[in-house]
Design a protein around this ligand. Structure first.
Ligand code: FES
Ligand SMILES: [Fe+2]
Length: 372
């Protein structure tokens, strides 16, 4: 019965209806714990997730672990120099094998010391003398997919997923062929938001619709008449030139931050790469439940810009905090509104909110597939 209602809920958004006639997904997509449980498996368990920077796994033996909507993972740089990723779950009785990050010759579970080589194979299982029908080969760590794009490491739990390079085909060229390794990582900041993760993604993808109303400082820096959205297979790009009036209207530092303009790339479902001036920041939206999420901001600046670039990045961090506080207020309010019995679902502004519609279509397709 419960599944029947979940199915109805998923199928209430029809990805085939064109944006001019489409209704948005119902508010219950943002508030229903069953729909969130489905997303954990069907979306976060089957999409490319940016979980690390390449340099965090620089040397053989380097490892990094984390947990993706309840699924612990570990990435290692194997002896052959290649990256490998596994479910970070010991085959003895399910403890997470390793915690945190570091450099190791093998992965040793702290509970009873079962150990695995960096290629995932069970190397030793102390005190199992007398055990029968025990095939060591079968007791390897369970692999997951790992690939890199730009300077980021992505994992995908779905072993049948299309390669990352196919999913992101053409993205690098569309982002002005950036030399990603020429940027230095500066710092990371986390924000916890009392809203469903999709409220944050929707807000990011609304084609700049809310910028003049909610972000006056940012609006003054961008030429909003030039703001545009282009959608591709599993990513979209929003961009806008810098406001020509910027020099007169705002302080120098704010102008410097944007440079010639801003480019915001979104990679389905929850990773964003933002370019402006000498800086990049990335945003990862991580669900913490059906009504709570966390956004991780990582900031970088172009190394060749030297001290000036670092100052710009510091300025960018400060300005991004202002914008982020404004966005948090929106997302938390959206969550309350979507929970109201008065609200069912909304409509799109067809010439503005194409990015959001594209996101909902990709998501709906993935949820429908999972339900069969
Ligand atoms: S759970 Fe890992 S060794 Fe026992
Ligand atoms: Fe915003």
């Amino acid at each position: 019965m419960r599944n029947a209602s979940l199915r109805d809920l998923v199928f209430r958004f029809d990805p085939e209806v064109p944006i001019e006639r489409a209704w948005m997904p119902p508010g219950a997509w943002y508030t229903d714990p069953d729909l969130y449980a489905l997303e954990r498996r069907a979306v976060f368990g089957a999409s490319w997730q940016a979980v690390a920077r390449v340099e965090q796994l620089g040397v053989p033996g380097a490892y990094l672990s984390g947990c993706l909507t309840g699924m612990p993972w570990v990435i290692v740089r194997a002896d052959n120099g290649k990256l490998a990723a596994y479910h970070n779950v010991c085959r003895h009785k399910g403890r997470e094998v390793v915690r945190g990050h570091g450099v190791l010759g093998e992965l040793v579970c702290g509970y009873h010391a079962w150990s695995y080589s960096l290629d995932g194979r069970l190397r030793s299982a102390p005190r199992v003398g007398g055990i029968q029908d025990f095939d060591r080969e079968e007791m390897s760590l369970t692999p997951i997919l790992v690939e890199t794009w730009g300077r980021w490491v992505f994992i995908n739990i779905d072993l049948a997923a299309e390669p990352l390079a196919v999913a992101l085909s053409g993205l690098a060229q569309r982002m002005s062929g950036r030399d990603w390794l020429g940027y230095r990582f500066l710092q990371s900041t986390e924000w916890v938001i009392q809203s469903n993760w999709k409220a944050v993604v929707d807000n990011y993808l609304d084609g700049g619709y809310h910028i003049p109303h909610m972000h006056p400082t940012l609006a003054a820096q961008l030429d909003m008449a030039d703001y545009r959205t282009e959608v591709f297979g599993s990513y979209s790009i929003q961009s806008a030139a810098a406001s020509r009036a910027a020099d007169e209207r705002i302080a120098y530092s704010a102008t410097a931050r944007i440079g010639d303009g801003a480019m915001y790339a979104w990679l389905y479902p929850n990773f964003m790469v933002n370019l402006y001036g000498n800086c990049i920041d990335t945003n990862t939206v991580i669900p913490l439940g059906h009504d709570r999420c966390k956004v991780v901001y990582d900031f970088y600046f172009r190394e060749s810009a030297g001290e000036a670039g670092e100052l710009e990045a510091q300025d960018s961090i400060a300005q991004s905090a202002v914008t982020q506080r404004e966005d948090i207020e929106i997302c938390e309010s959206i969550q309350r509104g979507n929970s109201s019995p008065s609200f069912d679902r909304g409509r799109y502004a067809p010439n503005v909110e194409q990015g959001e519609h594209h996101f909902h279509r990709l998501l709906a397709a993935q949820l429908r597939r999972a339900l069969g």
